[in-house]
Ligand binder design. Structure first.
Ligand SMILES: [Zn+2]
Ligand SMILES: [Zn+2]
Length: 475
């Protein structure tokens, strides 16, 4: 992953947290409980022992709470709507209207005292449910999903007011305003669509945020993540999309990139990601590899683990085996994958932090002929040693300049072919293999070049295996 990708990723993550904290978690009862207990500390000051004025009507703080008949009568007198009556009266099996009618039967003077003014517990917000749901349905109409999360933003003073009244006069199991609103929205969506949507509180396919003040509805289509392993069979393909050096990929590219905006037309990211993006009707992709190899290095064996993130997919239920076939057909001779499994975002950090040994084959050329016996001994001597590797010159512009200690676990199968040499090597994560051979002007110590006392020119390098936990799981 490039630096730019990683910044974007963090930015995404930040935005997500802000979004999430902005109100999604508050759809849960727990959150409201916390909010309420925070307020309870200030209760003494709030009430001051006096009556509380709302819209010109005096609230009688001395009446007993619901579900007593006096409590319910009191709620009706202060213009509580049917929705709030249901959620605070403690009569779970009755509708708001039934609760009201029962109270009217007990006391016929109540009906005339109720004047349908603004409900002090919700400011008649429940009247907007139909309107809100219409907006939601319009926005999710063309999307594919199995889970939805709904959050609602309500003005703080409304929540506070609702809570103060409820805590004095409501039943002990009253449902908080936000929870109640979210439930009402969910039920209305299901009845309008004739569906039984799985509404969740975590990791939804779609997040919907409703602003209770402006009735604005925001829909966020969450990304889909697929885990796989790729083999790269070409020495001309970067792992991630690489913008054109001349135009940086801006304004539909330039002459030097023939309008592609890319330095390399192919990348593992696009060879794997484009068929997926098209199949899922998505906006873009992001590629997260378990490390990366240089462009001119092949990635063989069981391949390198990666997660591809599909952003804003309109469709979420593709036939994966068809897509994998399509990817392999499209990338024939360049990149191969075995399968793609749906996964979740936390696995990205896990594969990014993985520190696995790797096995390689390297082939290089000596500047002078040397006796075979000397070559075999000099190279074998490096097996089991620990290298001091100063940051290679070729990457020093993007990495801190420091000396790293890296262990060479094993070197074997050394082949001497005139002045061309080849061997297999297994080394600790983060070892620079090309530098181990040519020494990077003495910045890697010890090295093949240093031991032999001649220059070494790298011909090619292959990663043969990444020895992570998942290495043999699928075989
Ligand atoms: Zn109400
Ligand atoms: Zn260009």
């Amino acid at each position: 992953m490039s630096k730019i990708d990683s910044k974007d990723f963090e930015k995404d993550e930040d935005a997500w947290h802000q979004f999430s904290n902005a109100g999604y978690s508050s759809a849960s009862v727990d959150f409201d409980d916390k909010e309420i207990s925070d307020q309870e500390n200030t209760e003494e000051e709030w009430f001051d022992g006096d009556d509380f004025e709302f819209e010109g009507k005096t609230i009688d703080w001395n009446s007993p709470p619901c579900p007593t008949p006096l409590g319910i009568a009191h709620m009706i007198k202060i213009s509580t709507c049917n929705h709030c009556l249901k959620r605070v009266s403690g009569k779970k099996n009755m509708s708001g209207e039934e609760i009201r009618n029962e109270a009217y039967t007990r006391d016929d003077s109540l009906e005339s005292s109720f004047n349908k003014e603004l409900c002090p517990l919700c400011e008649n917000l429940f009247d907007d449910i139909e309107n809100i749901v219409e907006r939601i349905i319009e926005k999710i109409d063309n999307l594919e999903y199995t889970t939805i999360q709904i959050g609602i933003h309500l003005p703080k003073d409304l929540i506070q007011e609702s809570h103060e009244i409820t805590s004095r006069h409501g039943a002990s199991q009253s449902m908080p305003l936000k929870t109640s609103m979210v439930l009402a929205i969910q039920n209305t969506i299901n009845s309008k669509l004739g569906t039984d949507i799985n509404f969740v509180k975590d990791r939804p396919d779609i997040m919907i945020l409703v602003d209770g003040l402006t009735l604005r509805v925001d829909v966020d289509v969450r990304p889909i993540y697929f885990y796989g392993r790729y083999r790269k069979l070409s020495r001309e393909i970067p792992q991630t999309r690489w913008p054109c050096r001349a135009c940086k990929g801006r304004n539909n590219g330039c002459e030097s990139c023939e309008g592609s905006g890319l330095q390399y037309i192919d990348s593992v990211q696009d060879l794997v990601g484009e068929p997926l993006r098209l199949a899922l009707d998505a906006k873009d992709t992001s590629f997260h590899g378990m490390g990366r190899e240089d462009i001119d290095v092949r990635m063989l064996g069981t391949g390198r683990p990666f997660i591809i993130e599909i952003k804003k997919p309109m469709s979420r239920l593709p036939d994966m085996s068809d897509i994998v076939k399509e990817i392999n057909k499209n990338a024939d001779g360049k990149v191969e994958i075995d399968d793609l499994k749906k996964t979740e975002r936390p696995l990205i950090a896990k594969i990014k932090n993985s520190r696995s040994d790797k096995s390689y084959t390297i082939r290089f050329k000596l500047s002078e002929e040397i006796e075979e016996e000397t070559i075999l001994k000099s190279i074998s001597d490096l097996s089991g040693t620990t290298l001091n590797q100063e940051t290679p010159r070729r990457v020093s512009h993007r990495r801190a300049d420091k000396i790293r200690k890296r262990k060479i676990i094993d070197i074997n199968n050394i082949i001497v072919d005139g002045n061309e040499i080849q061997f297999n090597i297994r080394a600790e994560a983060g070892t620079y293999i090309k530098e181990l051979v040519h020494s990077d002007e003495g910045r890697t110590n010890p090295s093949v070049s240093g031991n032999l006392g001649v220059d070494c020119e790298i011909l090619w390098l292959d990663v043969d295996q990444i020895h992570d936990d998942d290495e043999n799981k699928d075989n």
